[in-house]
Design a protein around this ligand. Sequence first.
Ligand code: DGY
Length: 438
Amino acid sequence: MNGCGGEGLRGQAMAVLRANDRGGYTVPSAGLYPFQWNWDSCLVALGWARFDEARAWREIETLFAAQWPDGMVPHIVFHRDDPAYFPGPAVWATGRLPASSGITQPPVAASCVRWMLEGARDRERALAAVRRLFPKLLAWHAWFHSARDPEGRGWVVTVHPWETGMDNSPAWDAPLAAVTPPPDLAPYERRDLTHVDAAQRPTRAEYDRYMTLVQLFRELAYDPAAMVARSPFLVVDPATNAILLRADRDLAVLADRLGERDARRRIEGWIARAEAALPDLLAEPASGLWRAFDLRCGRPVEARTHAGFLALYAGLGDARLAGLARAWAGETRYALSSVPAADPAFDRRRYWRGPVWPVANFLIARGFAERGLTDLADRLRRDTAALIAGEGFREYFDPLDGTGLGGTRFSWTAAVWLAWIDQPERDRGPNEPSDPLK
Ligand code: DGY
């Protein structure tokens, strides 16, 4: 990285991961997020892989050691309790060992494993790790395609905003409004507000609904069929579906490397089903942007968010997305705001309602680069670099003035620096660009 103090930042990024290392897993941010989070961990492994491959593989293996017997990989693994966070293991009460939450998160693991394999300096170690991980990755994807797509429709459903990782996205406003906190909702005390300014976090009304869903799932003993049948929040999330489709493609490549022919055929079936179903369900007719679909109301959610551009990362998406992305990026000094700046829902500092997220930029830019949209990929990379160089490894950033927000010394922001900003040759990712958009 030239002109941004790249050498120093590389060292600082490595120091962030080392400081957040709890021995086999990396906490996203000390204090605010003191456990192992699913998609954080997988993306953080990409950062570890730049300077300690053994540690990178261990990160993923530690996560999969918490996989449930049915294949689900939980969104949080509570390796040890920590009163600094709510809701902790006693609230989830899943009865699992290691203790975990009872919902999942976007399945980036197979893609991260593929990238780690293809970038590995120690090929033998990498192949051995992939051999161990492959059946677990396959089981997780199979769980998504059955438990979360019980009717075989080609899209998977999400039962809690926390499963999307984009908790308070405006996309969840309407579906979450249908969740009514019961009079007997257990009283609780939020801990996130002791670490981060309340203006940068979800509201109390949102938390009441998050906890209402947790209480319901606990009563349902985390039975997947009951959760899908009974959750008042039931959506098709563009990010989860794009990430799963992309991860299926990467899993198919891993199957080839391992000579897993039957698995490969099974994965191809999942891919074909998703390709046939997702654009029709999710693409906004006027722009092609993928938007969430509210299954309880049977209609698309109006809100537009940056998650919609992940259609390209999934290997789909139409040509109009390029123009839309350029206009979206043109509205802010730093791209890509999670919500367009002109949108009434835009809130420049509040979590997923406006700020720029380095990790989202990393995934979205990969989709842009792979489709030949290098101007957009470069803009996202340049802006991400400038934000981190200016304010440090923050969780997210104000898209208008670049102020660093949320947690500090954030692991996946450090990983994004190591795996992307510091590695220009990797912009394209392992796949050749195909079908450039004009
Ligand atoms: C939180 O606690 O804010 C998390 O996003 C839940 O996963």
